[in-house]
Design a binder for this molecule. Structure first.
Ligand code: UTP
Length: 309
């Protein structure tokens, strides 16, 4: 049974500067809800209520978000927006959330190592704090089901285009079923030719406590960080690992373009925005000329050109 989740959220977020200079990227909102709230909700919807967030310098806003704010509650209480008052209370009472600080940002594997005393000898879920997965069955629940079937480490993966494999950690192995592999290879950002498959690690894992021994042996790798993919490759020597192709759509809000796409898709699905926002997008594209907008050479000025004027 998986009772605990670890959410690494200490990273610098350099790909999203300057927005992340003084605020956590995990707090970037998709419309009105911080990314990490979706992540915490996924853990809860998967039956987990004990959550450890790996936090760090400049990440206080995450703690404040999941805490009570009595002044705000007093302001909202008894006012017309009772739903928002209740929502504020719900957020501060979502789960049993614990925090630990990663003082030096030495990579994802090191962030997870900080959870060893909290998770002790139980298997646990890992959900990256900057990744949302939209799915019918919460994706962590999907991985828990596979873990319960096989009793081992499970890596959530998604199918990516062959020419994009070099952006991801990729798994390879023997097919157990349509969606499950017995993993034999793990490669971080391979070239298209070297890649063992087009199954990319999707920011969701069920890990056994054995991972901590592997992390202890993991050397600093790409970007001068301790990569979880490297630790998992060492884990393969001790125990078998399964990968599971998740059913759902993954959104990595850590890069600007994917963040924009996420915002647009979520807005088009929200009842109050769907119609006016779709109309706005259509009008905007028409005004710029769709083809010119796609090539970035529309008749209208780009924001940079407008700024220069
Ligand atoms: P990323 O590699 O996407 O985060 O890690 P980053 O390092 O903040 O990104 P860039 O490249 O500088 O833009 C995925 C998740 O793991 C956390 C991050 O906060 C993010 O939620 N993380 C990463 C840690 O908690 N500690 C680390 O040392 C690195």
């Amino acid at each position: 049974m998986i009772r605990k989740a670890v959410i690494p959220a200490a990273g610098f977020g350099t790909r999203f500067l300057p927005a992340t200079k003084a605020q956590p990227k995990e707090m970037l909102p998709i419309i009105d809800t911080p990314t990490i709230q979706y992540v915490v909700q996924e853990a809860i919807d998967s039956g987990i209520d004990d959550i450890l967030i790996v936090s760090g310098k400049g990440k206080r806003a995450i703690e404040d978000h999941f805490d009570r704010n009595h002044e705000l509650e007093m302001e909202l209480e008894g006012k017309a927006d009772e739903a928002m008052y209740n929502e504020m209370l719900r957020i501060s009472d979502m789960a049993n959330i614990h925090y630990i600080r990663q003082k030096e940002l030495r990579g994802l594997a090191d962030a997870i190592y900080h959870a060893r005393l909290h998770t002790a000898d139980e298997p646990f879920a890992v959900l990256l704090g900057d990744t949302i997965v939209d799915s019918v069955i919460p994706v962590t629940q999907q991985l828990i089901d596979i873990h319960e079937q096989f009793g081992r480490t499970v890596i959530g993966v998604e199918i990516v285009p062959k020419d994009k494999v070099s952006r991801y950690g990729i798994v390879g192995g023997e097919q157990v079923s349509d969606s499950i592999l017995n993993v034999t290879e793990l490669v971080e950002k391979p070239s298209t030719e070297e890649s063992p498959s087009n199954l990319a690690i999707a920011g969701r894992y069920i890990l056994t406590p054995e991972i901590y021994k592997s992390i202890e042996q993991t050397e600093v790798g790409k970007n001068d960080e301790m990569q979880l993919t490297d630790a998992l490759r060492l884990l393969l020597r001790r125990e078998s690992i399964a990968s599971y192709t998740i059913e759902g759509k993954r959104y990595d809000i850590g890069n600007k373009l994917d963040y924009l796409k996420t915002t647009v898709e979520f807005a088009l699905r929200r009842k109050e925005f769907a119609e006016p926002f779709a109309r706005f997008l259509q009008e905007t594209l028409q005004a710029r000329g769709v083809d010119q907008a796609i090539t970035g050479k529309g008749t209208a000025q780009t924001i940079e050109e407008e700024h220069e004027r």
